[in-house]
Design a protein around this ligand. Structure first.
Ligand SMILES: C[S@@+](CC[C@H](N)C(=O)[O-])C[C@H]1O[C@@H](n2cnc3c(N)ncnc32)[C@H](O)[C@@H]1O
Length: 392
């Protein structure tokens, strides 16, 4: 990941130099407990943080994980620019050739999870593939069904990048790529919009079942999102996962299901080819949706602008994880932006898919940084509890 090593300067000197460049650097936030300072960047309409970490001999300017923009080029440019305008003495850098890298995540077919908040689809027909891996199946489906929009959701960033490259090479215009956890993604979608949801060869996670994509919530969200006659199609080579899925599906209040064994599909993924060579059994479990679901009701309000900084906030916030039945909150680190402005790093929401955000609280207001949490039920419960802690 891009970083630059520099000769260290003091926290105060860094803040003084940054003050003169408010067009790029929005704020500096210093930690009192860790040898690091956060730098709030506003570059090409993206807000994110850089971290300045230091020891006595060496300092490093690098990206910050939570707010990291997906466009690597943007990140590299920003690190280079900041080192330059702060007149840092560069000792070494791994930022090279920024212009030769393809800005894949700038593609119009790449969508952020936030793009789906209150989305209204204009497409007549929508299908989703969860965990598309190398993308063979979604590419095949998109070519066969040019009138359908295929949304591919994949947690592994290089695979998402690979599919974006293939979309470009093959000149397709009916695939969107989302680089996120599929378990949260479905919760964002309106009801009754989808004709197919494919989950092909999900990671079995035999030793950590809580990480499996298919679970109670995911299954009921999938059925809500499917339109009448829509299908949820699981394909797996794992006997254990097959049994687990049947058990999970059987908890649905009403179930219409079809099971096939060793049924050939017109397209074989690299992953499946490996199992076929080993003559493993492959199971298809298809759930059929035969009734309309209710409209998605919830509108979550994450506004917290009524909260204010007070001098005791430091003492008010618990330092250990606050764990409840279906959500948690962890105030991880505090940074001071000035005498009466704090930047709070926190993790919260559901255990399977925690949200990570910063909160800026000052004399006049309070807000999430760099963007609001994803509107999920667990995040909203955590948000209400966060407000109580900040309020004292
Ligand atoms: C075993 S591979 C199968 C890939 C592809 N479907 C195939 O048939 O070759 C499972 C894929 O699911 C992705 N994945 C795992 N958990 C996920 C999650 N929670 N959300 C989205 N993708 C996930 C992995 O990154 C991986 O690419």
């Amino acid at each position: 990941m891009p970083h630059i090593k520099v000769t260290p300067i003091s926290k105060q000197e860094l803040a003084n130099r940054a003050e003169k460049h408010s067009e790029l650097i929005e704020f500096i936030a210093r930690s009192e407990n860790y040898p690091e300072t956060l730098i709030g960047i506003n570059y090409q309409n993206e807000k994110f943080l850089l971290v300045y970490k230091y020891t006595n001999d060496e300092a490093m300017l690098k990206y910050e994980k939570i707010t990291r923009p997906l466009k690597l080029t943007l990140l590299k440019e920003a690190i280079g620019l900041v080192a330059n305008i702060l007149e840092l003495n560069i000792l070494s850098s791994n930022i090279v050739d920024i212009r030769h890298k393809q800005p894949l995540f700038a593609s119009k077919y790449f969508k952020r999870i936030e793009d789906f908040i209150d989305i209204k689809f204009e497409h007549k027909s929508i299908a989703i593939e969860v965990g598309f891996g190398s993308g063979r199946h979604i590419l095949y489906q998109a070519k066969q069904n040019p009138q359908t929009l295929f949304i591919g959701i994949e947690i592994h960033t290089p695979s998402a990048g690979q599919l974006l490259k293939q979309i470009e090479i093959q000149g397709l215009s009916n695939i969107w790529v989302v680089n996120y956890d599929a378990r949260l993604f479905l919760e964002m979608l309106p009801s009754n919009i989808c004709k197919q949801i494919f989950v092909h060869f999900p990671v079995p996670w035999d030793k950590k079942p809580s990480r499996r994509v298919i679970g109670d919530e995911f299954t009921s969200e999938a059925m809500r999102v499917l339109d009448i006659d829509g299908t949820f199609e699981l394909r797996t080579d794992s006997d254990l996962y097959y049994e687990y899925a049947l058990h999970t599906f059987s908890k649905l209040p009403k179930l219409k299901m079809e099971i096939k064994k060793n049924y050939a599909l017109p397209i074989i993924s690299k992953y499946e080819a490996r199992w076929q060579r080993q003559s493993k059994d492959i199971y298809d479990v298809t759930l059929l949706c035969d009734e309309k679901s209710n409209k998605k009701q919830e509108k979550y309000d994450f506004n917290c602008s009524d909260l204010r900084y007070n001098i005791d906030i430091d003492k008010q916030l618990p330092r250990t994880s606050q764990v409840h039945d279906d959500y948690f909150i962890h105030f991880e680190r505090l940074y001071k932006m000035n005498m009466d402005t704090l930047l709070i790093k926190c993790a919260f929401g559901s255990f399977a898919r925690p949200e990570h955000k910063y909160i800026i609280v000052n004399k006049n207001s309070c807000e999430y940084y760099p963007s609001l949490p994803i509107p999920s039920h667990a995040n909203y419960k955590a948000h209400l509890a966060i407000k109580e802690f900040l309020n004292g």
